[in-house]
Design a protein around this ligand. Sequence first.
Ligand code: NAD
Length: 303
Amino acid sequence: MQIAFIGLGNMGAPMAVNLVKAGHSVMVFDLVEAAMQVVEEAGARRGASAREAAEGAEVVVSMLPAGEHVKALYLGGDDQPGLLDELTERPLLIDASTIAPEDAREVAGEAARRGLSYLDAPVSGGVGGARAGTLTFIVGGSDAGFAQARPVLEAMGKNVFHAGDSGAGQVAKICNNMLLGILMSGTAEALALGVKNGLEPAVLSEIMKQSSGGNWALNVYNPWPGVMEQAPASNDYQGGFLVDLMNKDLGLATNLALASRAPIPMGGQARNLYALHASQGSGRLDFSSIQRLYRAGEEGETS
Ligand code: NAD
């Protein structure tokens, strides 16, 4: 298939490389020149603009930082036309960025008015999953669009879910990441309490893992340094999923809750904890570093 890929950052670049590896003809564009190089080396072609990359494509995939970038790409602004008005053919549009559901619905609506199909398809699995081609895609949009997108998404991911209509992929992704923020901070809190009362973090982790407190953070992403060799906690909280990105997702959850009048006291608490943590200079650390917030004051520990 001929595929255009727009946005070649930490996630987009390895995803585009996996499309090339799957045998697709891929044309890429990023505002940053250097971002396109690694994908070109893997065999993709470079477009001079998003429009040029998308011209003649059967599918357009975008992976951009936030809703404002997605709307600027597809809808345009500041007297610049968006891709929706520039396309002469009718490719399937798949946006894999994490953005507000209402932004996704707005772009989907404008696309539909022009006879184009747009899917929101945010991902879970992080940079490691993007590289390994094991991402989970959570898709919102029509049945027909979903069926058409599936083989493309399967070249970049292991699980592909259809959450519902436009925006539903974003809602599901936001719910998942709010729960992740709650689980990670709750796990860090329980570990800090146990250690303060004389327990070994590895022993307590194993006990909770096999008991009713067991959860994903304890199973594969322990926030206490040294408990799990492969976890970012054991590598000074480098790599993994940034505190800044967790804050972005908890902000989306807060806005969604306000707009739908849904109470999220636990999500709100997680949002405050992560905002405090980021304000102390930890934005670029992995999100399991929330453990440090609970250890502030210990020798050698700052938040
Ligand atoms: P990133 O900042 O590394 O990459 C974004 C890229 O988009 C940059 O290279 C930027 O130059 C480019 N860009 C911005 N506007 C553009 C435009 N108009 N045209 C072309 N290129 C443009 O971000 P990332 O970490 O790759 O994340 C991308 C999305 O995936 C975000 O929405 C994020 O929330 C989501 N996400 C990230 C992770 C993660 O672990 N990094 C995990 C899951 C979901």
